[in-house]
Design a protein around this ligand. Structure first.
Ligand code: FMN
Length: 127
């Protein structure tokens, strides 16, 4: 999120520390998370439930060990008549369970190429 926010008029909200937000004023709303047990973080799903107003244009960003997808967040916005502009996922540094013993996987990710791809994705849905 930090990478794509540069050069755009973007407000960042940490869904873990801020449970309530007024989202009515925004034209486009992104939800970003690592993938845990196949799902976006519960705090992000909860934030959607509490705060997303009807009929908003939304997008999804995630990092994962490589098997991530946006199904959980797509399901969370389903009842809100949201229009999904797109999703972007890439590898993140993963030290889950036994992977810690081998120094983790996806070290160095998201890397500069991942961030550039994320910026391109964001530019494309802003056009
Ligand atoms: C408890 C836990 C569960 C995870 N489950 C998955 C998973 O189901 N699929 C996957 O591809 N990656 C999984 N990962 C890897 C994370 O999605 C990845 O490391 C991500 O970049 C973490 O983001 P963060 O650094 O913002 O926490 C898991 C990591 C942890 C710690």
């Amino acid at each position: 999120m930090d990478a794509i926010a540069q050069g755009h008029d973007v407000d960042l909200i940490d869904a873990s520390s801020q449970k309530h937000a007024e989202l009515g004023q925004y034209d486009l709303i992104g939800f970003a998370s690592g993938i845990y047990g196949g799902s976006f973080h519960p705090d992000v799903l909860d934030f959607v439930k509490r705060n997303l107003t009807e009929g908003k244009r939304v997008f999804f960003l995630y990092t994962s060990a490589g098997l991530g997808n946006a199904k959980s967040i797509a399901k969370a916005v389903e009842g809100k008549s949201a229009v999904v502009a797109g999703e972007f996922g890439c590898k993140g540094f993963n030290t889950f369970g036994p992977f810690k013993l081998i120094g983790g996987t996806g070290k160095g990710h998201p890397d500069e190429t991942d961030l550039e791809n994320a910026r391109r994705f964001f530019d494309s849905i802003c056009e």
